[in-house]
Design a protein around this ligand. Structure first.
Ligand code: SF4
Length: 482
């Protein structure tokens, strides 16, 4: 059967969409491979949030043109946000591209791939009837970037690995917010939510297959269902969903990302206080500490409201970790505006933050604001803010040294497969050996070293790990003696 390779750019929602595509291809007997050189189908699931993400995917597809010359039967496709934004124009400069599929059509990818492989094989075999055309005919390509009602419910199958501790569940698609810098409303469309029962049944299925932690995903996850479902007992549809997922037997931890400060209401803060499976971590995008810039960004809150919200979240759950996203160099951001952001970041002491230099995206309102900021200034502000964020991150990690924390074991560490890696409830990465005993193949003979698969049985387990040191963004620890 044909082999396929998918490379994913961008956010967790894209990762989740790629899993859905992988599942649909595997269900038809295709085999997933880890490198494009082995594949008969090469798919790039793209991101459009920043110009650099676009350029990376375009550059990668450009390089694959050489593979197309050597292996003309291979199908090449763009999926996702950039495919949605650019559509058919992607075929122009890249003659080997056969497939362009937008964000509402991931469930059609397997059909399209089947069709293209058949067509290419027939044309290579010189079959010119049955509509296949001749090899020297203009290319047959497929472009589908149309809207499709109900497409939010199509992302529901999970391609799990053998032992998988944690999984993402897409609960909604799209966004109606229209932040001035963001292309998402154009690439992902208007907000559409899945039904609560569908989501709960997906979570039940995941848990029955060994998953212990789920993260509910949406562009503005806390506004889930606001157009489709009513409030009940003054609880928003999102809080109703949290409660229903929380009740799934066997689920140990529940997370969600990313909420918007707007709509982060009292019922959600109350849920954080009373639902014990909700892990102690909220990622809450700030974007700027200047009210003038927030207004220009069309972010309908102030720095004061954001600070107050963080204080209420921290009061609701002791020790909760707060991370954020911040954009520096938004058009018109003065030194004084930046100073306000810097001051707010210093004051809040985030556990971590993604700091982005503003990147104009055509099709967004901010791209047309005349007062764009010089790249060097953006770079300086980015660097300066990261130093502040890294300091608070280090301080918070250092405080954990010497303590014992609950870690959900995810599997071997990527940088050192002889060790295991997991996450705390506050979402900190912890690296630890599978236990001193398991490190030895044959201790009595003095042979030591990690044996292959050491610690496999710990994947998906909640373990108490003693933290011995903090380094960079990770903690290092050991399991207590057996
Ligand atoms: S809330 Fe704003 S930044 Fe987030 S996806 Fe919607 S438009 Fe983009």
């Amino acid at each position: 059967m044909p082999k396929f390779f998918i490379k994913t750019y961008g956010c967790q929602m894209n990762e989740r969409d790629s899993e859905e595509v992988a599942h649909s291809l595997v269900a038809r007997g295709y085999e997933q491979v880890g490198h494009e050189s082995e594949a008969d189908v090469v798919l790039l699931n793209t991101c459009s949030v920043r110009d650099m993400a676009d350029q990376k995917a375009l550059g990668k597809m450009g390089m694959l043109g050489q593979v197309a010359k050597e292996r003309p039967h291979v199908v090449f496709g763009f999926l996702g946000c950039m495919a949605q934004a650019r559509g058919e124009s992607l075929l122009k400069g890249l003659p080997h591209v056969d497939l362009v599929v937008g964000t509402q059509k991931f469930h059609r990818v397997a059909d399209y791939v089947d069709e293209l492989l058949t067509t290419k094989a027939a044309r290579q075999a010189g079959i010119t009837d049955a509509g296949y055309g001749r090899m020297d005919d203009p290319r047959l390509s497929i472009v589908d970037v149309a809207e499709e009602p109900g497409s939010q419910s199509a992302i529901r199958h999970q391609q799990l690995t053998a032992r998988q501790a944690t999984a993402f569940v897409s609960i909604m698609q799209g966004c109606n917010m229209h932040c001035a810098f963001c292309i998402v409303p154009q690439t992902r469309g208007a907000e559409r939510s899945r039904s609560l029962s569908e989501i709960v049944s997906e979570v039940r299925d995941l848990v029955s297959r060994g998953v212990k932690e789920v993260t509910l995903l949406g562009q503005i996850v806390n506004l889930y269902g606001r157009h489709e479902f009513p409030k009940i007992d003054n609880k928003s549809p999102f809080v109703q969903l949290l409660e229903a997922v929380h009740d799934v037997q066997g689920l140990e931890r529940l997370r969600f990302t990313s909420p918007h400060p707007i709509g982060f209401s009292d019922d959600l803060i109350d849920a954080i206080a009373r639902l014990p499976k909700l892990a102690e971590h909220v990622h809450l995008p700030l974007q700027s500490g200047s009210n003038k810039v927030l207004k220009a960004m069309h972010r309908a809150y102030t720095a004061e409201k954001y600070t107050d919200l963080i204080a209420r979240i921290r009061r609701a759950r002791h020790g909760i970790a707060i991370t954020t996203d911040i954009i520096v160099g938004f058009p018109g951001e003065t030194e004084d505006d930046y100073r306000q952001t810097r001051e707010l970041v210093r004051q809040i002491q985030f556990d971590n933050a993604f700091v982005f230099r503003y990147s104009p995206r055509s099709g967004t309102s901010a791209a047309n604001i005349p007062n764009q900021i010089d790249e060097l200034v953006k770079e300086e502000r980015n660097h300066d803010l990261l130093e502040i964020v890294n300091k608070s991150n280090r301080r918070i990690l250092e405080r954990l040294v010497g303590s014992e924390v609950e870690v959900l074991c995810h599997g071997p560490s990527k940088t050192n497969p002889a060790r295991l890696m997991g996450r705390t409830r506050t979402n900190k990465i912890v690296v630890f050996p599978p236990s001193p005993r398991r490190l030895y193949d044959n201790p009595s003979a003095g042979q030591w070293g990690p044996r292959e698969g050491a610690g496999d049985e710990l994947v998906g387990e909640l373990l108490n790990v003693r933290i011995e040191r903090a380094n960079g963004f990770s903690l290092y620890g050991t399991l207590p003696p057996e």
